[in-house]
Design a protein around this ligand. Structure first.
Ligand code: GUN
Length: 293
């Protein structure tokens, strides 16, 4: 069994980007920039945004965090986004979700220029992904594909079974794996909560991508021998042996499924670290495609 080390791959990607940015600086060129916009005080969102900012700084990318009060009006937020759409120093715009209830998330996402949509949430980005045009794919799915490529896991003609149909993971990873491209060209099934028997589908998987949000739901008897397992879940379960009283587990029963798998991602340290690495990578891509150098 090969443990897929997302922490290491993410560090490699950050280091590759750092080298490219050093090169730009040495040539006296403008560097890529990412602005993160956060509304309100949600503690988890504050942590995510802080780690995104830190990751940018570490590779020499320009970065700024706009912290807005929870009672900002939708119109004010849209005006701020529009100003960054015009700003030549910031090639990526990230609005941390979720937003307060009085703000329409779809409207916010659609206001971000699709040329700066490094989250890959804009309908133009999603549409381009579906029709196979080069675009920004959302970061977690892009990170999953990167892991498959870097671990040389055969995907062409293989049966990828995605469990979960979210707009952020399930649907985009299914579309990525469907493309006629390197690290894809797979036969894809999406299975979700309406299935009578999820295991009927998961047992067929050569590559199983679990993005359900239910702790350790995928058991050993639901997979076949030799499967490659990508676990996207991040779930808290009570654990009195830990100081915090809980531990983090994935959507896969790692201990038992890992005995049958050929490849498997751990939680934490698998898919998780890839999300920020791909955000940086998407920002670099936005700079390359649309930035003034
Ligand atoms: N909230 C949780 N995950 C994400 C993400 O990937 N991007 C944004 N913008 N908000 C999030």
């Amino acid at each position: 069994m090969i443990l897929i080390d997302g922490k290491k791959v993410a560090a490699d990607i950050r280091s590759e980007l750092k080298d490219k940015i050093s090169q730009l600086k040495a040539e006296g060129k403008n560097v890529p920039g990412l602005v993160a916009i956060i509304v309100g005080e949600d503690p988890a969102s504050q942590i995510y945004v802080a780690s995104k900012g830190k990751a940018c700084e570490e590779i020499g990318m320009r970065t700024k965090t706009e912290k807005l009060s929870a009672d900002i009006s939708e119109a004010e937020l849209l005006t701020l986004i529009q100003s960054y759409n015009q700003n030549k120093d910031y090639h990526g715009i990230l609005v941390q979700l979720p937003l307060p209830k009085h703000i329409n998330e779809d409207k916010v996402i659609e206001t971000i220029s699709h040329k700066k949509d490094v989250d890959g949430f804009h309908p133009i980005s999603v549409g381009n992904l579906v029709i196979g045009k080069d675009t920004f794919a959302s970061c977690t799915p892009a990170g999953i594909q990167e892991l498959l490529i870097r671990y040389k896991i055969e995907t062409k003609g293989k049966h990828v079974v995605v469990v979960g149909r979210s707009n952020i993971v399930g649907k985009p990873i299914a579309n990525i794996m469907l493309q006629k491209a390197e690290g894809a060209n797979s036969i894809v099934t999406i299975v979700h909560s309406a299935a009578k028997d999820i295991s009927y589908y998961t047992k067929q998987a050569d590559i199983l991508i679990a993005a359900i949000g239910k702790a350790e739901m995928i058991k050993a008897d639901m997979v076949k021998d030799g499967v490659a397992v990508i676990d996207v879940g991040i779930n808290r379960i009570d654990d009195p042996t830990k100081i915090k009283g809980y531990r983090i587990v994935g959507d896969v029963d790692f201990e038992n499924v890992s005995k049958k798998a050929l490849f498997i991602t751990p939680v934490p340290g698998g898919v998780g670290p890839m999300t920020i690495a791909m955000l940086l990578s998407n920002t670099f891509k936005a700079y390359n495609l649309y930035g003034e150098k």
